[in-house]
Design a protein around this ligand. Structure first.
Ligand code: FAD
Ligand code: SIN
Length: 516
């Protein structure tokens, strides 16, 4: 086992981790560790863009109000105000770094409209804003001599000394050993946990590692059951969870049933542009009552040239799959998309544990309430990572040195079964998809919790006694995160007066593969 020292350890290389690193490198040595290649993140997949007040008809109060309403009035208004009012500064910094948002011929930004926004205010780069953003941030961070990257490694757990966070255990498969990166300050920027669900828009790295690591260390989390499902993920066997941006509905696309009937106006006055939680719940309802596994997005009122100009990535992906845009309707269904809750942080990204910060999707700043307003997430990553760096700078001025405790050794005895590990991961996603989607009943959640406890126990045991392995660490984190989600859902569940017999029948009908 190796030991490495740094000022600041950042776990994760999405928008939140990279922006924290770039800011912190102005005054400290930084190590960024990341599970895959640097670009592998939700950030890279982002399509719609970043919400920011820029037009003359818009103002801060409208953006604050939209964010608050979309979040079911459960958000933290102080945090929302910080997000909205600091947005223009952070956007200006991005453009200085070289990010060119789409502009109109007049020289004004080309602003898209997304669900829940009372104004067009989403800055974007075509329909692949995340890729452009991530590329610029990586280029910038990688050329900075104060930032060291460790790619294809995995943070296993936080490293604690006397109740303080002092870094993390990093598993490096290349040398088959742990590196304990000891840091004055540690920042969790590990993103979301979409991969605990069967259907998700999230990349493979989104297994909830940050939530699980924080929970194991006794750090406070909140609202873990506020999982946002995106209403329009492509429903196609060859493109599981590929996102069909909400901006498409902003440009005129309509949700329809197989017979072509528009149905969203039956659920909300804003129809297909209603807030995401409303649209997803309405689609589920229609899917259930019509016994169908998806609905469609009718894009026929967007001209092909407009489609190609504004949504080139979606156009080419659909065409490649044989969906003839814009004549063909796009098959879509909801998919797990975003964790609105997470590690509880204050307005400076501080967690409940001294010397530990959390930024981006893994943090719960309170901005999103129970349902995030579209295109507020990349922005939140930027705004709060900036605040995080400022706070670390201030704290570092009074830093008093590290008390070095002995580092325990792990003893590994046996190999685990890779096949079983994959099956258990599948079982987690099956349980979450069937029993723990929003609106699940108490008994369904209790059933899922019981099953999850068994998986969590096995994963803990494997982690303790088996040779270290990324798959096992992920399994352990997925089970822990899923447990946190179910527990929070149970704490919030409304008594529905459901017929117990009916529910038992539902439970019996579902087929979760038995493990051998
Ligand atoms: P991520 O970008 O997910 O990065 C997390 C990083 O942590 C990754 O590098 C990962 O490898 C690393 N990591 C995780 N666990 C470990 C570990 N144990 N050890 C080491 N490294 C680890 N939001 C918007 O505002 N606008 C949009 O248009 C938009 N579109 C989206 C489209 C899609 C398809 C998806 C999935 C999300 C979209 N979102 C959008 C949401 C937004 O992209 C994410 O919430 C945001 O990018 C999260 O940034 P992050 O830095 O917190 O995490
Ligand atoms: C989208 O483009 O629909 C995703 C936007 C977001 O998640 O904020």
């Amino acid at each position: 086992m190796k030991i490495q020292h740094t000022d600041i350890l950042i776990i994760g290389s999405g928008v939140a981790g990279l922006n924290t690193a770039i800011r912190c490198a102005e005054f400290a040595d930084v190590v960024v560790v990341t599970k895959g290649k640097c670009a592998e993140s939700s950030t890279r997949l982002a399509q719609g863009g970043l919400a920011c007040v820029t037009s003359e008809t818009d103002n801060f109060e409208k953006h604050i109000q939209d964010t608050w309403i979309a979040g079911g009035k459960k958000g933290n208004l102080d945090a929302i105000r910080v997000l909205v009012e600091e947005a223009p500064f952070r956007i200006r910094e991005l453009t200085k770094l070289g990010l060119n948002f789409d502009m109109q011929k007049s020289g004004e930004p080309d602003l898209a409209k997304e669900a829940g926004h009372s104004e067009s205010r989403v800055l974007h780069v075509g329909d692949s804003t995340g890729k452009s953003l991530e590329t610029i941030l990586i280029e910038n961070a990688k050329s900075n001599p104060n930032i060291q990257f460790m790619e294809n490694v995995m943070a296993r757990d936080l490293f604690l000394e006397e109740g303080l966070c002092r870094g993390a255990w990093i598993w490096n498969p290349e040398i088959s050993d742990y590196i304990v990166v000891k840091a004055k300050y540690t920042v969790l920027a590990t993103g979301g946990a979409g991969r605990i669900y069967q259907r998700t828009t999230n990349p493979a790295v989104a297994t909830g590692d940050g939530f699980a690591m924080a929970a194991r260390a006794g750090v406070k989390l909140e609202n873990m059951s506020y999982v946002q499902f995106h209403p329009t993920a492509l429903f196609h066997p060859k493109a599981k969870g590929f996102l069909i941006s909400e901006a498409l509905r902003g440009a005129g696309a309509e949700l329809v049933l197989p017979n072509g009937e528009k149905f969203m106006h039956r659920y909300h006055p804003d129809g297909s542009m209603a807030p995401r939680d409303v649209v997803s719940a309405s689609i589920w309802k229609e899917m259930k009552s019509n016994a169908i596994d998806h609905v469609f997005l009718d894009v026929s009122n967007i001209s092909e040239s407009d489609f190609l100009k504004k949504f080139p990535m979606i156009y080419h992906r659909c065409r490649k799959l044989g969906i003839n845009i814009p004549a063909d309707r796009i098959p879509v269904a909801p998919a797990a998309h975003y964790m609105c809750g997470g590690i509880k942080t204050d307005l400076f990204a501080k967690t409940s544990m001294p010397h530990l910060y959390a930024v981006g999707e893994t943090a719960s700043t309170g901005v999103h309430g129970a349902n995030r307003l579209a295109s507020n997430s990349l922005l939140e990553g930027l705004v709060f990572s900036h605040r995080c760096a400022n706070n670390i700078f201030a704290e570092m001025q009074k830093f008093e040195g590290i008390i070095a405790c002995p580092i325990p050794f792990f003893v590994f005895r046996k190999e685990h079964s890779t096949r079983k590990c994959a099956l258990y991961k599948k079982k987690i996603t099956g349980l979450m998809g069937e029993f723990a989607i929003p609106g699940a009943t108490k008994s369904a959640l209790e059933y899922a919790l019981k099953e999850m406890a068994q998986i969590a126990e096995i994963a803990e045991e494997w982690t303790d006694i088996c040779a270290p392995d990324k798959q096992v660490m992920e399994l352990r984190n997925m089970a822990a995160t899923a447990t946190l989600v179910i527990q929070d859902a149970l704490a919030k569940v409304q008594p529905t007066g459901n017929n117990e017999n009916q529910e038992k029948q539902v439970l019996k009908k579902l087929e979760i593969p038995e493990l051998v």
